[in-house]
Design a protein around this ligand. Structure first.
Ligand SMILES: Cc1cc2nc3c(=O)[nH]c(=O)nc-3n(C[C@H](O)[C@H](O)[C@H](O)COP(=O)(O)OP(=O)(O)OC[C@H]3O[C@@H](n4cnc5c(N)ncnc54)[C@H](O)[C@@H]3O)c2cc1C
Length: 299
């Protein structure tokens, strides 16, 4: 017999799990479906297995608007802030710690403890969890949604699609949700890679592998027009560039990659103007006149 729910949530990652917790706490009969054999598989990889849950920076408008889609985030953080998240976990028995960069981790530095806590809260709130079940279709009949998995059919008044993006598909996020949402008439903005390294086509880059630059300024240009700028660390790799400044810039680059030529420019000394830099270089060259330029720059 088909099972009836008030809310069926597709995807048991952090988004789906929290959606299930809050719906059930509002008295709804909730079911959570995930194709993996456990909830929050991707979360286990986060923060290099330690899970960087949030940070304790003040989430004011100025801070949030630095991020892409900042307006949307302001509303989201207004409803459930980083402080709310911190308290949520601590009140549910997970001890947290804040590092010097204001990043929040579980005290155990083990992402599994975060997943266990989420699972415990889901169970305490009597969320019906179906694991190893893939949702293969959703349709609407009158006022109900019919959700078909590879094992059963569920009927629900509401459906939440929380199937994640498309990164790390081996954790389950293969893009099914985009197909479901599109079939119901939602406009889908094509997902692009973000928070990733950038491949560079020029061969010389391979010779720079392993070089790590600190406190540099990286700018990205599309057809010579600046599309983004970041300060921080850049790491040269066998395929191109990576490191925090590049990861932060990668979303802008992905969005524009098919629109023309992308150039990345690195200012090694962003704190110096051209005149001071010129004077310094002249001085260095004079003081090291017996060295080749290559060796001079190495130091
Ligand atoms: C390497 C790495 C490190 C990261 N580090 C951090 C970090 O330190 N801090 C941080 O905040 N974020 C981090 N993130 C990002 C974070 O993991 C994601 O933002 C988060 O997992 C997104 O949650 P979600 O619930 O939207 O999607 P997901 O976690 O992707 O969950 C989606 C779920 O939907 C399920 N699903 C998909 N299709 C179906 C279907 N048809 N039927 C049933 N189930 C389905 C999947 O199995 C999956 O479990 C990191 C990500 C990666 C890849």
């Amino acid at each position: 017999m088909d099972e009836k729910y008030d809310v069926v949530i597709i995807g048991g990652g952090p988004a789906g799990s929290f959606s299930a917790i809050f719906s059930s706490q509002r008295g709804k009969k909730v079911s959570l479906i995930d194709k993996n054999n456990q909830i929050c598989k991707k979360l286990l990889l986060t923060g290099k297995g330690k899970c960087n849950l949030t940070n304790m920076n003040e989430m004011n408008e100025e801070y949030i608007s630095k991020y892409r889609n900042g307006k949307f985030l302001i509303n989201v953080f207004h409803q459930f802030s980083n402080i709310d998240l911190f308290n949520f976990f601590e009140n549910n028995g997970l001890k947290l710690k804040i590092d010097t960069g204001k990043r929040v981790y579980p005290e155990s530095e083990n992402a599994e403890d975060v997943v266990k806590t989420i699972r415990k809260i889901l169970d305490n709130n009597k969320v019906r969890i179906f694991l190893k079940e893939k949702v293969i279709g959703i349709k609407k009949e009158k006022d109900s949604f019919i959700i078909k998995t590879d094992k059963r059919t569920l009927i629900s008044e509401k459906v939440v699609i929380a199937t994640g993006g498309k990164s790390f598909p081996e954790t389950g996020s293969e893009g099914d949700g985009f197909i479901f949402a599109h079939r119901f008439g939602h406009k889908i903005i094509k997902p692009v890679p973000a928070l990733c390294g950038i491949e560079i086509k020029e061969e010389f880059i391979k010779n720079w592998q392993g070089i790590n630059l600190k406190n540099v300024c990286v700018s990205a240009f599309l057809n010579n027009k600046r599309i983004g700028e970041e300060f921080g660390e850049v790491l040269f790799t066998h395929y191109g560039v990576s490191g925090p400044a590049i990861l932060n810039l990668s979303g802008n680059i992905s969005e524009n990659i098919n629109k023309g030529e992308i150039k990345i420019v690195i200012n090694f000394k962003p704190a110096l103007n051209e005149e001071i830099l010129d004077r310094r270089l002249q001085r260095e060259i004079k003081e090291n006149s017996n060295k080749t330029l290559k060796n001079l720059f190495k130091n």
